[in-house]
Design a protein around this ligand. Structure first.
Ligand code: AMP
Ligand code: GLY
Length: 423
């Protein structure tokens, strides 16, 4: 099977790495990819947001499957264009990706499907926002309707801050916001694969969204993750399949917009039961890095089955008897204006630590002296260092031993990823 992976992050490097380990895979391509994927896949300088260009690349290469990593290409219709060109694609249509692309739409689908989620109001002006804030009380939760790369949500006790955030979102063209009830309790990410009809869950993971230790500071794209979750209730995955994923997939099919790809269920385990915090229409980053590190089932066949409506025929998934922890190494300044262009060293050393592999995100290669290539930072989240081990404690020790061997001026990472869960 020849496969093209769309995207540039550590999630895509994890996908490429897992696909490369599948004996069915004969060739791997990435567009645009990164220096990490380039070691395993041929890179193509094609804009991932250009549906026609991606479809032309997929047809031209004659690949058997396209896997779309990030949300923006999905919302832009890349999966539709590839499918229209007759190439199987793992990723939802633009209409189905609205489950991530519009929080108001996701709420509407959840209401129609009876999926447990926070009570909410979709607002198009500030007086509606003010009423909704008063209805639900503090802490206030205000979400920009559209894609915002993790920066569209304000959770605050300060009514003025909530109103100001809503005002900024409403000022944008077509602006609407979702105001909702605050959900307490730990968060879980569960990836559910769907072929439009059937659903298969991967293993739950937990993400660390804030920049600072102890969940302090601003939200980021995700600073680390671990899997499995020893504290999760044993019936959680089945409950999410039956109460969340299946009803949502049925509702999307009934609307004539079947969902093919990963339904990423972001969940809060509240004192009143499990609730959906958000849906995403793609794999999570950095959760994918730990989930795929544990998956023993060959990935290519699984994604192809989902892309071609044959999940029901796929054998049950198998998992390595291992835990995985990933720590994100970010540039100075992230999640604000991230500093770039600094030399990165120590990746090979880090990978000498048993159980450690390093995935690239915001990295770039430049020509050094004597023709040597130098690796430099080129984005906010630079690397995902993944450690595996027989339990979370040893996976965590491995991941941090790897991080300690990496040198990047001014870099930041959290020191408490999976700390509590591994005790
Ligand atoms: P979202 O973009 O919807 O995932 O929101 C980003 C983050 O904001 C979530 O991972 C939560 O940590 C937080 N959040 C979102 N909605 C709520 C809510 N209703 N109650 C509490 N926290 C929330
Ligand atoms: N880890 C959060 C996300 O991928 O949205």
């Amino acid at each position: 099977m020849d496969i093209l992976v769309i995207g540039t992050g550590a999630r895509e490097h994890a996908l490429v790495r897992a696909l490369a380990a599948d004996p069915q895979v004969t060739a791997l391509h990435a567009a645009p990819g990164n220096p990490g994927t380039a070691a395993l896949a041929t890179s193509h300088d094609v804009d991932p947001l250009d549906p026609a260009a991606v479809a032309a690349l997929a047809s031209g290469l004659g690949v058997d499957l396209v896997v779309v990593g990030p949300e923006a290409p999905l919302v832009a219709g890349v999966a539709d264009a590839v499918r229209a060109a007759g190439v199987p694609v793992f990723g939802p249509s633009a209409d189905a990706a609205r489950l991530e692309g519009s929080k108001a739409f996701a709420k509407e689908v959840m209401a129609a499907a009876g999926v447990p989620t926070a009570a909410s109001r979709t607002c198009t002006d500030l007086s509606q926002v003010a009423d909704a804030l008063d209805e639900f009380g503090a802490p206030h939760v205000v979400k920009e309707d559209g894609l915002a790369a993790g920066k569209g949500v304000a959770v605050t006790d300060d009514r003025a801050v909530a109103l100001a955030h809503a005002g900024a979102c409403l000022d944008r063209p077509g602006g609407q916001v979702v105001v909702e009830e605050y959900l307490d309790g730990p968060e879980v990410s569960l990836f559910v694969l769907s072929d439009g009809r059937d659903v298969v869950a991967l293993a739950p993971a937990q993400d660390f969204k804030r920049i600072g230790d102890g969940d302090t500071g601003p939200n980021t794209g995700g600073m680390g993750a671990y899997s499995p979750l020893p504290w999760a209730p044993p019936g959680l995955v089945d409950e999410v399949l039956e109460r969340v994923a299946r009803p949502t997939v049925v509702e999307m099919a009934a609307r004539g917009t079947p969902f093919t790809g990963v339904l990423y269920c972001g969940l809060a385990l509240t004192s009143r039961g499990m609730r959906v915090v958000e849906f995403n229409a793609r794999f999570g980053d950095p959760e994918t890095q730990v989930v795929l590190a544990r998956l023993a089932t060959p990935l290519a066949g699984l994604l192809k089955a989902a892309a071609t409506g044959r999940l029901a025929e796929h054998p049950p998934l198998t998992w390595r008897d291992e835990a995985a922890v990933t720590v994100v190494v970010a540039s100075a300044g992230y999640p604000g204006g991230a500093r770039t262009g600094d030399l990165i060293t120590g990746i090979d050393d880090a990978e000498q630590v048993p159980g450690v592999h390093v995935l690239h995100a915001g990295t770039a290669l430049i020509d050094g002296v004597e023709g040597d290539n130098l690796l430099i930072s080129a984005g906010g989240r630079v690397l995902s260092v993944v450690g595996t081990g027989s339990d979370l404690a040893s996976a965590r020790t491995a991941a941090y031993a790897g991080v300690a061997r990496i040198d990047l001026t001014g870099s930041q990472h959290r020191t408490d990823i999976a700390a509590q869960a591994s005790r």
